[in-house]
Ligand binder design. Structure first.
Ligand SMILES: Nc1ncnc2c1ncn2[C@@H]1O[C@H](COP(=O)(O)OP(=O)(O)OP(=O)(O)O)[C@@H](O)[C@H]1O
Length: 274
């Protein structure tokens, strides 16, 4: 496995947002984390990435035998150690080109990124890597456009590209479908499936059709606790899960319980969580 939490807990005053969560993610696994609004999904991501410090419990990353404890690590350290997250709120440099956004991320992730005097050849490697990533996320044709000119959907693709540039072991996809037009949903699904071929992926996504389609495994949070963990069909049929959604989710698969509307979808991260 590449990611493991034990007893992970976050309290905000009297509220336990994440409650004693034991979670493991295997390399190559594509797992979705779902749950009603306020279930603790964003807080869980914030704990994994070091944006928040847990009240109790541990987070470890890395393969069996060489896992590193990142419980107290800051976001830049968790990123360096292999956990990358695509943000719900676009975290691109808007005036830089699409290409530059990815190249800068690749360079920042390079081992001696602080060495100003690196030779031009090495910079060439970052440029190549950026090109490869843009190809992969479907933005090769947009490379020279300013990031601000991209559609919502293309911005999500760029965010995934920026996360990939960090060469992550674990990719946390934070509502990659938020704000994406219905015509582009297929592209995002293709992208999720593609990045999952060589990364462990944990996906938070409100659109149940996407979740049930792409996931090998679905973990359900409710009031901070894991109430179900299994393959999509088993989770869909689970009565506790249906109750948690208070009937909002049609287990036949026809409905989407809390599909967010595109304008509000990006509002969740808290102040200071970048
Ligand atoms: N900084 C904070 N201070 C106090 N309470 C918080 C804070 N952040 C989150 N909470 C509370 O913790 C609980 C879990 O919130 P969280 O945002 O993690 O849920 P979520 O599952 O991501 O919800 P959504 O699907 O609506 O984004 C909620 O009750 C929320 O109000």
């Amino acid at each position: 496995m590449v990611l493991r939490t034990r007893g992970l807990t976050k309290e905000f005053g009297g509220l336990t947002a994440v409650d004693d969560v034991d979670f493991e993610l295997g390399s190559g696994e594509l797992c979705s984390l779902i749950g009603p609004n306020g279930a603790g999904k964003t807080t869980f991501f914030d704990l994994l990435t070091g944006v928040l410090e847990p009240t109790a419990g541990t987070v470890e990353v890395g393969p069996d035998g060489s896992r590193t404890d990142v419980t107290d690590a800051a976001p830049h350290e968790t990123a360096r150690l292999g956990i990358h997250r695509s943000y719900q709120v676009t975290n691109v440099f808007p005036t830089s080109t699409v290409f530059e956004n990815v190249r800068i991320a690749a360079q920042a992730a390079g081992s001696d990124a602080t060495n100003f005097w690196r030779n031009a050849e090495t910079f060439g490697e970052y440029r190549e890597e950026a090109r490869r990533i843009l190809d992969r996320v479907g933005l090769a044709a947009d490379a020279d456009r300013p990031a601000s000119a991209l559609s919502h959907g293309a911005k999500r693709q760029l965010e995934v590209g920026i996360a990939l540039a960090g060469d992550p072991d674990v990719l946390l996809l934070d509502e990659p479908n938020a704000g994406v037009s219905s015509e582009s949903v297929g592209d995002i699904i293709d992208l999720i499936e593609d990045v999952a071929t060589d990364h462990a992926v944990l996906l938070v996504e409100h659109n149940m059709d996407i979740v049930m389609n792409v996931s090998e495994r679905v973990v359900v949070l409710n009031r901070g606790s894991v109430i179900a963990d299994g393959d999509p069909a088993a989770v869909r049929a689970d009565e506790t899960v249906q109750e948690a959604y208070l009937g909002g989710y049609d287990p036949s698969g026809a409905g989407s319980p809390d599909t967010v509307d595109s304008e509000n979808a990006g509002d969740s991260p808290r102040e200071g969580s970048a």
